[in-house]
Design a protein around this ligand. Structure first.
Ligand SMILES: *Cc1c(COP(=O)(O)O)cnc(C)c1O
Length: 374
């Protein structure tokens, strides 16, 4: 089965991880420091905290923003469940605003209608690798004193309006799962524009330990002392993962180029095909194409999905609207509340897209889909 996404591992990646195994630090050592520095440089110079997954990054980000009971998060239903569930786990109320019909990105008009004085975070998702409309979302957030969060699990390495991903929202979360744009095995990162939020993110992912003596409440203990002011978790990335990530970052531009090339090949093949609709790219955005979400019209998505799988092509569907998950449905979230997202879900089919996909693989995907649709 041709997968829909896959890591690209080179000899230099294997060397980088092996070097860590031969050294002194398996975790929280120099590779983690260097990787966080490199992510920061990629993301506009803001402090980056690495962590164990994109889900952990979302949990850390919401915790660092102080989210809790009584607060509301406005977000998109067209995402992986963690964008919403990590806020709900902290006791916040999740409010879903609909997506734009063409790009599947969070619609600022729908967000505006969902804002209340309790809104603390507007959390957008850079669906398929294209940055959401952060200038509009930031204006809305500023109006009610909320912060913007970019779930950039798909868009690491992209940019918009001249700013890199990581410099577009107050807080940005990333995932380095194997199918994502670069990998650390499992892994993620949180990038924060506000240094105080970044420090809270760091401490939350590091058991809540405070190590700066100038902040100690217990001042008489001794040189070994560290203390906890707020609860935290251990979401630390290992040096093994960080070394892999650092090595992968050296090829990120090449990954981006190849993903764009494959996307263009799909676009050209499907542009004028009745029964299919190709992804829409917004002006001013330079996406890091992570998914190729073609739309299968005429109610045929499931049939086409099954036929593609039967032909050995590992298509996917991204995503079921988050509030359809039973955990949200049982709380009273009703179907029909975000019609654009529901229609998009009904039509969406993610075709294989990853840097090591060959042109002949791409051609086989195209030919198989055209034969099914034709
Ligand atoms: C992959 C993904 C996540 C979660 O990342 P993990 O590293 O798998 O935990 C969150 N949000 C989106 C949009 C994702 O695609």
């Amino acid at each position: 089965m041709l997968p829909y996404g896959r890591q690209s591992i080179a000899e230099e990646d294997i060397e980088a991880v092996s070097a860590v195994l031969r050294g002194d630090w398996l975790t929280t050592g120099p590779a983690v420091t260097a990787f966080e520095q490199a992510i920061s440089e990629l993301a506009g110079g803001h402090r980056a905290v690495s962590c164990t997954s994109g889900t952990a990054a979302l949990h850390i980000a919401y915790a660092a923003l102080g989210l809790g009971p009584g607060d509301e998060v406005v977000t998109t239903p067209m995402t992986f469940v963690a964008t919403a569930s990590c806020a709900a786990m902290l006791g916040a109320k999740v409010v879903f605003a609909d997506i734009q019909e063409d790009t599947a990105l969070l619609d600022p008009d729908a967000v505006a209608a969902a804002l209340t004085p309790q809104t603390k975070v507007i959390a957008a998702v850079d669906y398929a690798g294209q940055a959401a409309d952060y200038p509009a979302l930031q204006t809305l957030a500023d109006r009610v004193g909320a912060r913007t969060l970019a779930d950039a699990a798909h868009s690491v390495g992209g940019s918009a309006y001249g700013h890199p991903v990581g410099d577009l929202a107050d807080v940005t979360t990333m995932s380095f799962f194997p199918t994502k744009n670069l990998t650390t095995g499992e892994g993620g990162a949180v990038v924060c524009k506000d240094p105080a939020v970044a420090q809270r993110a760091h401490e939350f992912h590091f058991i809540g330990l405070v190590r700066d003596p100038s902040r100690f409440e217990l001042t008489d203990e001794g040189p070994w002392h560290q203390e906890v002011h707020e609860y935290g978790v251990n979401y630390r990335l290992t040096d093994l993962g960080a070394a892999l990530g650092l090595s992968q970052l050296r090829r990120l531009a090449e990954f981006k180029r190849r993903r764009a090339e494959i996307t263009a090949r799909y676009n050209a093949a499907f542009a004028d095909v009745d029964g299919l609709r190709t992804p829409v790219q917004r002006a001013g955005v330079d996406p890091m194409w992570h998914l190729y979400p073609v739309r299968v019209l005429g109610g045929r998505r499931r049939e086409v999905f099954e036929a593609m799988r039967a032909a050995g092509i590992g298509v996917q569907v991204n995503y079921i609207p988050v509030y359809w998950h039973p955990v949200f449905a049982h709380q009273g979230y009703r179907r029909g509340q975000c019609p654009n997202a529901e229609r998009f879900y009904a039509e969406e089919l993610s075709l294989p897209l990853f840097p090591d996909l060959t042109d002949s693989d791409v051609d086989r995907v195209i030919e198989t889909l055209l034969n099914l649709i034709g």
